[in-house]
Design a protein around this ligand. Structure first.
Ligand code: TYD
Ligand code: MG
Length: 456
């Protein structure tokens, strides 16, 4: 038998090379190349799978001559999941769901299968749990057991055979790291097995129009285990996040070919599984601690809806030569930059202070609208003086101390007003017309100094 062909693949970027190197030549990461066994070439594969004949030659086509297919979607019936998917599950799409162990991936997908059972018969393929475990969980969740079909199998060839025979319209593979292909000698969970198994399933989904949910484990660094290529292969990548102590779970679209990214779905884990939280603003506010120094509420807009979240800062005399700058839920480098702007343009020096910033509720804010609230929280903690009660803020802070507008200002203000906030500090360009908010005073600012004055 011929020696199997191998290649070295980077676990960071998915780039490949013919020989082992200490550094990936594509992305420059160190020690990330690992050897994978390549599957037999496409032509032998096609012959084996029974796709004989010449492939049609590709031709160059003008786009206006291409018939536009409208993707058909099926709503799952769990509205927070539908929202993150971009309005339902697209037929024949492959969705990867990542998250820490025990966060609720299996629970959510079992509930999704149940919700869709009547409209879109599905198959739950598990390589992690026994049938008895799955059945008892489904029973505990109060699902209708007769509508759920389950298979314990880890060999991708046999899974595909089952899917071709049973012809479900939806399949859940829990998890991709337990699946292996008989054609490769590598161990299940290895980069080559994960890559090959996923590629087979993606091809099946596209050919047969079966929608597939893949469950993926995350590594310690927070990425989905296996090479980055897994993220390139699938249509959507969703991450399940949440703090271990909290019962709230946030599902975030990281990539979506059929919808917006950064869309959030919020769930609460209960004793009957995951429940949707249709109005999540309230849960991210800590409530009683509102008028303590170092705390402010901001309006973030993740995906298509505004969300009120509390930002906290703690500024404390440092005993270190290099004071600490720690941010949770926000980008670390941005915090360092904002503190520099605060010094140069706000006249507040914190170079001898440790600064900690946290977004309450374990949520991550990735947009620049958090800049102004972060600085106001830092100011408030530094002065040990709470901000005026019922104040919200949002706005981007530029390097020259200007406050820049953020998208959808009016919508954010409406969300704050509907939750009873009385004062808002916002970029001038985001200020609404006079009189549009009766119960809320909107303070429009151009410069950081004005914002700091308004917050005094
Ligand atoms: P699970 O879906 O098994 O997580 P994953 O597949 O992501 O590893 O979630 C299991 C956790 O959820 C477990 O810690 C128990 C908890 N749980 C509940 O609190 N209520 C429930 O109804 C269920 C089914 C699980
Ligand atoms: Mg699981």
């Amino acid at each position: 038998m011929a020696k199997p062909k191998t290649a070295f693949v980077c676990s960071e970027c998915g780039g490949s090379s013919n020989k082992w190197q200490g550094q990936c030549s594509d992305c420059g990461a160190w020690n990330t190349l690992s050897e994978i066994v390549l599957a037999p070439s496409a032509s032998t594969e096609n012959r084996r799978m029974g796709y004989a004949g010449q492939p049609a030659a590709a031709v160059v086509t003008r786009l206006d001559q291409v018939p536009q297919g409208v993707e058909s979607r099926t709503e799952v019936g769990i509205s927070e999941l539908d929202r993150v998917l971009g309005g339902g599950l697209v037929d024949g799409s492959v969705v990867l769901i990542g998250g820490d162990p025990g966060i609720g991936k299996s629970t959510l997908l079992l509930q999704a299968l149940d919700a869709m059972a009547a409209r879109m018969p599905g198959l739950y393929v598990t390589g992690e749990e026994s049938l008895a475990q799955v059945a008892s969980r489904a029973g505990r969740l109060g699902l209708s057991l007769a509508g759920l079909h389950c298979l314990t199998e880890t060999c991708v060839e046999r899974i595909i055979t089952h899917l071709m025979q049973a012809k479900p319209r939806l399949a859940v593979i829990d998890s991709i790291q337990t699946i292996y292909s008989e054609q490769l000698p590598a161990a299940p969970g290895s980069v080559s097995q994960v890559r090959e198994s996923a590629a087979r399933l993606v091809r099946l989904a596209k050919e047969q129009g079966i929608s597939i949910f893949l469950v993926g484990h995350v590594t310690k660094e927070g990425g989905i285990a296996g090479p980055r290529v897994l993220e390139h292969m699938v249509d959507a990548v969703l991450y399940f996040e949440g703090e271990s102590g909290s019962r709230f779970r946030v599902l975030r679209a990281f990539k979506n070919r059929f919808g917006a990214v950064n869309e959030l779905g919020v769930f609460a884990m209960s004793d009957r599984g995951l429940r949707e939280v249709p109005n999540p603003s309230a849960i991210f506010l800590s409530g009683s601690a509102m008028d303590t120094p170092g705390s402010i509420v901001m309006v973030t807009r993740e995906g298509t809806r505004p969300l009120l979240v509390e930002v906290q800062a703690l500024v404390d005399q440092s005993s270190l030569a290099n004071p600490r700058r720690v941010s949770l839920g926000l980008e670390q480098n941005r915090l360092a930059m904002l503190l520099a702007v605060l010094h140069r343009h706000g006249g507040l020096a914190v170079f001898d202070q440790d600064v900690f910033v946290n977004v309450v509720g374990g949520i991550r804010v990735q947009e620049t609208a958090a800049d102004l609230p972060v600085l106001l929280a830092v100011l408030s903690s530094y002065r040990s003086r709470p901000l005026a009660e019922k104040t919200v803020a949002f706005g981007e802070v530029g390097l020259s101390g200007e406050i820049r507008p953020v998208p959808n200002g009016e919508e954010r203000l409406r969300e704050a007003a509907s939750h009873g906030f009385k004062r808002a500090i916002v970029p001038r360009a985001n200020a609404p017309r006079k009189g549009s908010f009766k119960d809320m005073e909107v303070i429009a600012v151009d410069r950081l100094t004005e914002a700091l004055e308004a917050a005094e």
